[in-house]
Design a protein around this ligand. Structure first.
Ligand code: GDP
Ligand code: MG
Length: 511
C-alpha cells in the first residue's frame, strides 16, 4: 500500500502544474491503493470526495493564488494524510493526551487513559474478545503488565475452555510477569469460570481484572452467544476487541459482529511489527467508531504501545515513523549522554547541514539498539524495502550493514557533504526508471526550497562518484541511490523542522 500511494504522490511530483486533472489522477491512485489494502469501498469513496472538495476550494482560493506547485502538492498530500488520520482516530481533535499515569503519550490524539482509566481502589473488569489467533492471550498479558507497572493490583482470568492448553499458556505468561491468574483444568463452562475468577479477584481487592476468552466455536452464533453470556456474568467496565493487523477485508464484518455481541469500547491491533500495514484496522475503526487503544508490536509482554494515529498513517503511506525515530535518537542521547549526538543536534538547531557523516553516526547508534527490524521500519523508505527482503531482524541487520559499507567507501569530503555531489540533473524528458525513488526524496524536501525554485526540480541521475562508492563498498549503484534517498528523507526532515518539536508541530502532531 505504502508503495502505491507513494507512487501516486510521486506521479503528482512529476506533473509540472497541480491542477484539477492531476489531483483527480492522484486521488484515483490513492483510492485504488486503499481499496486494494482492504479499506472499505464506501469509506474510500468518501475520502475521495471530501479531499477533492477541500483541496479544490483551497487551490481556487484567490488568497492562495501565489502558491508554488511545491506548496500545492504539499497541500494535497497533507489533505490525504489528514483524512486518513481522521479515519483511524474517531476522537480526533480531542487534545487530552495522557495515559493513566499522567504522562503525555500522544499530542493531538486520544491516549489510552482517555479511552479508559481504571479507578484506584476499585475492581475494574476488562474483558477481551476477538477471533482465535488474533493475539488475545498475548495482549491480555501485555495489558496486565501495563497496569501492574502503573501500580494497579492486577489479575488474569482464563475463560478459554475451548482450546487445549489455553490455561497453561495464560499461566505461563502470567508467571513470567508475576501477575496472579485464575483458571481451571476441569471446569468446561467459560461463563462459570469467568464469573468465579472475577468474584475471587474482587474478593481479594484486585483493581484490574482481565478476562481472556476463547474466540472460537463450532458455530459463529455460539461464539457470539458465549460473548454475551460472559459479558452478562462479569459486567466488564471495558471490553477490548483484538484485531490482527493482517485481517484484510474481513475486518469490517468481524468488527461489526463483535460490536453487536460484546459492545467493545476499544481496539488493540496486534502484529504491527511484521509486514502488515494494518489497512483493515481503518475499516474496523470507521465501521464501529471505536478507538484503537494500543498496538501490539511483538510477542513479548512489553511489546505494547499506545496507539498514535499520525505515525500509524505515516507508516501506512511509507513515510516512515520520524517521531518514533526521533524518540529513539533522544533515548540514545539519554542513555549514553553521547557528546557527538548533542553536538549534532546543536549544529542542526543552528542551521548546520545534517551531513552523511551525521546519518552514518545515527545509523551506527541505531544498530546497537535492536531489535533492528522494528527500528528499521521507522526509517522512511526502509520498511518497504525490507518487506521485500523478509522483514526480519536479520534482513534489517544486513541492510543496515550494507548502508555502513557504503559510508565506509566514501571520502571525508563526501561524508561531510549533503550528498548532492553524487547526483547530476538529467536533461532528457524521460528519466530512467532507476531514478524514480530519488524523485520522492526530492519532492519530500521540495517545500523547503520552494521559495527559491519556482520550476519543477530536474530529474537526477547517479554520477561516476556514486558508481565508485558502489564498487568500493561491494554494493550496487541502486543501493547507493537508496541510501542517499533515505539519508535525504531523514536529513530533510531533521533539518527542515529543526528537531522533534518543530517537526511534530509542522505535521499537526504537536500540542
Ligand atoms: P489468541 O488465540 O487470540 O489468544 O492469540 P494468542 O495470544 O495466542 O496469539 C497468537 C499468536 O500470535 C502467538 O504466536 C503470539 O505470539 C502471536 N502474537 C500476538 N500478538 C503479537 C504481536 O503483536 N506481534 C507478533 N509478532 N506476534 C504476536
Ligand atoms: Mg488465547
Amino acid at each position: 500500500l505504502g508503495r502505491r500511494i507513494n507512487s501516486a504522490f510521486q506521479d503528482l511530483s512529476k506533473v509540472p502544474t497541480v491542477d484539477a486533472a492531476s489531483i483527480d489522477q492522484l486521488l484515483k491512485s490513492v483510492c485504488n491503493a486503499l481499496i486494494e489494502a482492504d479499506v472499505n469501498v464506501k469509506l474510500v469513496a468518501n475520502l475521495r470526495s471530501q479531499v477533492k472538495a477541500q483541496v479544490t476550494a483551497l487551490l481556487n482560493d484567490k488568497a492562495n493564488a501565489n502558491w508554488t506547485d511545491a506548496q500545492r502538492r504539499q497541500r494535497v498530500q497533507k489533505a490525504v494524510f489528514d483524512h486518513l488520520v481522521a479515519l483511524v482516530d474517531p476522537q480526533h481533535g480531542q487534545t487530552k493526551t495522557e495515559d493513566d499515569s499522567g504522562a503525555v503519550v500522544a499530542a493531538g490524539n486520544a491516549g489510552p487513559g482517555d479511552i479508559f482509566k481504571p479507578k484506584k481502589g476499585k475492581p475494574n473488569v476488562i474483558m477481551f474478545v476477538g477471533l482465535q489467533g488474533s493475539g488475545k492471550t498475548t495482549s491480555c498479558t501485555k495489558l496486565a503488565l501495563y497496569y501492574q507497572k502503573r501500580g494497579f493490583k492486577t489479575g488474569l482470568v482464563c475463560a478459554d475452555t475451548f482450546r487445549a492448553g489455553a490455561f497453561d499458556q495464560l499461566k505461563q505468561n502470567a508467571s513470567k510477569i508475576n501477575v496472579p491468574f485464575y483458571g481451571s483444568y476441569t471446569e468446561t463452562d467459560p461463563v462459570a469460570i469467568s464469573a468465579a475468577g472475577v468474584a475471587s479477584f474482587k474478593q481479594n481487592r484486585f483493581e484490574v481484572i482481565i478476562v481472556d476468552t476463547s474466540g472460537r466455536h463450532k458455530q459463529e452464533q455460539e461464539l457470539f452467544d458465549e460473548m454475551r453470556e460472559i459479558d452478562a456474568a462479569v459486567t466488564p467496565d471495558l471490553t477490548i476487541m483484538v484485531l490482527d493487523a493482517n485481517i484484510g477485508q474481513a475486518a469490517e464484518a468481524q468488527s461489526r459482529a463483535f460490536k453487536e455481541a460484546a459492545g467493545y469500547g476499544a481496539i488493540i491491533v496486534t502484529k504491527l511489527d511484521g509486514h502488515a500495514k494494518g489497512g483493515g484496522a481503518i475499516s474496523a475503526v470507521a465501521a464501529t467508531s471505536t478507538p484503537i487503544m494500543f498496538i501490539g508490536t511483538g510477542e513479548h509482554a512489553a511489546d505494547l504501545e499506545p496507539f498514535r494515529a499520525q505515525p500509524f498513517i505515516s507508516k501506512l503511506l511509507g513515510m516512515g515513523d520520524i517521531s518514533g525515530l526521533m524518540d529513539k535518537m533522544e533515548e540514545m542521547q539519554m542513555n549514553g549522554g553521547q557528546e557527538r549526538q548533542q553536538e549534532m543536534l546543536k549544529k542542526i538547531g543552528e542551521g548546520g547541514v545534517f551531513s552523511i557523516r551525521d546519518w552514518r553516526e545515527q545509523l551506527s547508534n541505531i544498530m546497537g539498539m535492536g531489535p533492528l527490524s522494528k527500528i528499521a521500519g521507522m526509517i522512511p523508505g526502509m520498511g518497504q524495502m525490507l518487506s521485500g527482503a523478509g522483514g526480519d531482524d536479520e534482513a534489517a541487520g544486513s541492510k543496515m550493514k550494507r548502508m555502513m559499507f557504503i559510508t565506509d567507501a566514501m571520502t571525508a569530503e563526501e561524508l561531510d557533504s549533503d550528498g548532492r555531489m553524487f547526483t547530476a540533473p538529467i536533461r532528457s524528458k524521460k528519466p530512467p526508471a532507476e531514478s524514480k525513488e530519488l524523485a520522492i526524496a526530492e519532492s519530500s524536501t521540495a517545500a523547503g526550497k520552494s521559495k527559491k525554485k519556482k520550476k519543477p526540480q530536474p530529474k537526477m541521475r547517479m554520477t561516476a562518484r556514486a558508481r565508485r562508492v558502489a564498487r568500493g563498498s561491494g554494493t550496487s549503484v541502486r543501493e547507493v541511490e537508496e541510501f542517499l534517498m533515505q539519508y535525504r528523507m531523514v536529513g530533510g526532515m531533521v533539518k527542515r523542522f529543526g528537531g522533534k518539536d518543530g517537526f511534530l508541530r509542522q505535521m499537526g502532531m504537536g500540542g
